[in-house]
Design a protein around this ligand. Structure first.
Ligand SMILES: Cc1ncc(COP(=O)(O)O)c(C=O)c1O
Length: 389
């Protein structure tokens, strides 16, 4: 059976070149990067090369890259690290109600410790309300954390404008850029961002490794104490193999980004056009223009997203109803609810997230399969029949 993987927002296939780069660090270059002997020096060099590759992708300096265990840890380190460092200055944090759980839950943990959190609403396309952001700022506000690209609906937030507002008031700005790194150019020298989270497995690297960009001069409290690795901000013997993989993935992303993003956005637009014009009562979730180049997120009346997902799985298509983290819970997505959808509408959604290996012929097959399955599912859908009476 033909198989098509279009769940690249959940994770990506590790690139062959990334695997090749990692292998020597599993086989022969297995030293501890803190050891002074040859083996240690080899591991250290691998680690520092990766730091340069990640820094180059972000146009940052190597001193500004802290390696972590992934996007979740980077988000936690940024948010809790600033909160604990600046709690004497104030205990108010602003975020949005469409963030990834790594941000929302980190904020909730802080709320239970006496911090006040403001969750900004979004418009029906998922863009945060800048006016409400401005009026939410207080003298106690120490951090604004707004994601760059939404992992479910693909909407891109105006982070440059938000960071300017934050800095006018001398507030630290963090962005979770896990979904945009490697797809949209990010320039830390120009963008005036204080903290930015990235994850290797979304950019064709291994799972369980990521980084936090921390602008020079920004100080935070570490979450993990120990041997003082990563300038004391993240102790623990470094994951050299994974980090080398992240570095190679970053290098490949940098060289391929424009070409890959252009190719994916053409296929994305083609799919969106086909689905929304040829399938009755189908809608695009998220912003039509400000969206991730690889994301097409649909809503179909009278359909259960999970049933559609399983029907597509039978056709060899691996897609998703939303984020990988919440898709097993069968709860309506907090992101879709924030757009103003009701529970039934939120349950009728499907996310197709393309990858650098997606092909135009895949789009045809995906579209035809969705169309066929929607007809079949609507025939047995009480929701659809009720609507049509
Ligand atoms: C926007 C966003 N932030 C954070 C994460 C968490 O990253 P990781 O899986 O590396 O912990 C994800 C992964 O789904 C994500 O999409």
């Amino acid at each position: 059976m033909r198989t098509i993987y279009v769940d690249n927002a959940a994770t990506t296939q590790v690139d062959e070149e990334v695997i090749e780069a990692m292998l020597p660090y599993m086989r022969s270059k297995y030293g501890n990067a803190s050891s002074l002997h040859l083996f240690g020096r080899e591991a250290y060099q691998g680690l520092e090369k990766a730091r340069k590759q990640v820094a180059d992708l972000l146009n940052a300096s190597t001193k500004e890259i802290i390696f972590t265990s992934g996007g979740t840890e980077s988000d936690n380190l940024a948010i809790k690290g600033i909160a604990h460092k600046l709690k004497e200055k104030g205990k108010h944090i602003i975020t949005s109600n469409i963030e990834h759980p790594a941000v929302i839950e980190a904020c909730q943990a802080l709320a239970s410790q006496g911090f006040e959190i403001t969750y900004l609403p979004v418009d029906p396309y998922g863009i945060i309300d800048i006016d409400i952001l401005r009026t939410s700022i207080k003298k106690e506000t120490i951090l604004i954390s707004i994601m760059h690209g939404n992992n479910e609906i693909g909407t891109i937030e105006p982070i440059q404008e938000i960071s300017e507002i934050a800095h006018e008031k001398e507030i630290i700005f963090h962005t979770d850029a896990v979904q945009t790194v490697g797809k949209i150019p990010l320039d830390m020298k120009k963008m005036n961002i204080d903290l930015l989270s990235i994850s290797a497995h979304k950019i064709y690297g291994p799972k369980g490794v990521g980084a936090l960009f921390k602008k020079e001069g920004v100080i935070l409290e570490p979450l993990i104490h120990g041997g003082g690795h990563e300038q004391g901000f993240r102790s623990g013997t470094e994951n050299v193999v994974g980090t080398v993989g992240l570095g190679k993935a970053a290098e490949l992303s940098r060289s391929r980004m424009l070409e890959d993003s252009k190719k994916m956005s053409i296929m994305r637009d083609n799919l969106i056009e086909k689905v929304t014009t040829e399938i009755e009562e189908s809608y695009l979730n998220g912003h039509p223009k400000f969206r991730l180049p690889n994301n097409a997120h649909f809503r179909f009346s009278g359909i259960e997203g999970e049933s559609l997902l399983l029907s597509l799985d039978e056709k060899g298509i691996a897609a998703s109803t939303g984020s990988a983290c919440s898709s097993k819970k069968l709860l309506p997505s907090h992101v879709l609810m924030a757009l103003g959808l009701n529970e039934v509408q939120a349950h009728g959604s499907l996310r197709i997230s393309l990858g650098r290996n997606s092909e135009e012929t895949d789009i045809e097959y995906i579209h035809n399969s969705i169309k066929e399955m929607i007809v079949r599912l609507r025939e047995i859908s009480p929701l659809w029949k009720k609507q049509k009476i």
